[in-house]
Design a protein around this ligand. Structure first.
Ligand code: MG
Length: 373
């Protein structure tokens, strides 16, 4: 098999706001082959930056766009092509946006491999341990605290067994954040899991207060209360907090995750498959985590392409309790696939079982929201 082209398509909502929703513009990747199989992926970076990283021409042996590197290669050689992309971008890559772009292309290579073998990706990864996943409804905190109760009760009514409230008005006043968690707990009752996502770091003293006070309301985890590089802070927090601490959605490659576990004491890590380095790197992180008894509960806040890829990956894990599910109303989320991935009335989704990632784009949505920078 041979790669003939890598197409990267930006989709953009008509109005994009400065809010904690990275799914208002998305970058869809199509890897085309001479054999007529096309692999789908997505890169969860700023889409214009991701596209530039794919389309950039050769600059030196250690600096070349991903498209030029991969054209003519056999897409099924995923390990070799992962190394090629990582090595040949090292003077401007290794972390951050380049890894985001590699993730999107790598995801598409798995889709091609699965389609070429007529097997779903989870089978290529050694087989699923579990095919049904509870999802947690992941939603944005409104600027005013009262709105969170409304959001959580809506998701409860729709059958979700867990809800995460994040970003928005959180992080300004830790007492108000705890009051919000208390009000949400009272509204949804004792059986629903509640997660709180700060989005931006708060002072360590606030994080320590939150870790203690949120435990009173049975918060399942407190996400990203500190900066990802603040390993010393995380060590102090994870040792003191009665609420489990989770982080990692903005990190790339396995290396920061080893640090977060070893030095930061994290017991839940949240790599994002469309950022960290794709399925290959997720599997490496899972190996490190499982060897330490750490849970991997991936970050997954983008289109159904990422949802499908994440489901294939988590189906192979020994212990992943939840899939994150962006529960906001957004056509790039809800209308991108011919058969959108939706939780059932108990808030459970099934891992796709068709060849590759097992998904098909709705080209009408692609056309409607296509954006040319
Ligand atoms: Mg988050």
């Amino acid at each position: 098999m041979k790669i003939t082209d890598i197409e990267s398509v930006i989709l953009r909502l008509p109005v994009v706001k400065p809010i904690g929703d990275g799914c208002q513009t998305v970058l869809i990747i199509k890897v085309h082959t001479a054999e007529g199989i096309t692999g789908l992926g997505e890169c969860h970076a700023n889409p214009e930056v991701g596209k530039a990283i794919i389309d950039a021409r050769l600059h030196s042996i250690s600096s070349c766009g991903l498209k030029e590197l991969l054209i003519g290669e056999d897409p099924r050689d995923i390990n070799r092509l992962w190394d090629l992309m990582y090595r040949r971008t090292q003077s401007w890559g290794r972390r951050g946006a380049v890894m985001y772009a590699i993730s999107g292309v790598e995801m598409a290579l798995w889709d091609i491999l699965g389609k070429s073998l007529n097997a779903p990706v989870h089978r290529l990864l050694g087989g699923a341990r579990k095919m049904d996943f509870k999802v947690y409804a992941s939603d944005l905190a409104p600027d005013k605290p009262g709105g969170s109760v409304k959001i959580a009760t809506k998701h409860r009514r729709n059958g979700y067994q867990a809800v995460k409230i994040g970003w928005g008005g959180l992080g300004g006043d830790p007492r108000a954040d705890v009051k919000m968690a208390r009000d949400v707990r009272r509204a949804v009752g004792p059986d629903m899991d509640i997660m709180i996502d700060m989005g931006f770091p708060v002072p360590l003293s606030d994080a320590l207060y939150l870790g203690e006070a949120l435990a009173e309301h049975g918060v399942y985890f407190l996400e990203e209360p500190l900066h990802s590089d603040d390993l010393h802070g995380y060590r102090r927090l994870t040792e003191a907090s009665r609420t489990p601490i989770a982080t990692g959605e903005k990190d790339t490659t396995q290396y920061p995750f080893i640090d977060l576990m070893e030095r930061g004491g994290l017991r839940i890590v949240q790599p994002d498959l469309a950022r960290v380095g794709g399925i290959t790197e997720m599997m490496r992180i899972a190996t490190h985590a499982e060897a330490r008894g750490v849970r991997v509960i991936p970050h997954c806040w983008s289109t159904d392409i990422l949802v499908a890829a994440t489901l294939h990956f988590i189906s192979t894990l020994r212990d992943c309790p939840y899939l994150e599910f962006n529960a906001t109303d957004n056509p790039l989320r809800t209308q991108l696939l011919k058969e959108p991935i939706r939780p059932d009335k108990h808030g459970v989704v099934r891992v796709p079982d068709k060849p590759g990632l097992g998904i098909e784009l709705d080209e009408r949505t692609m056309k409607k929201y296509r954006f040319e920078p």
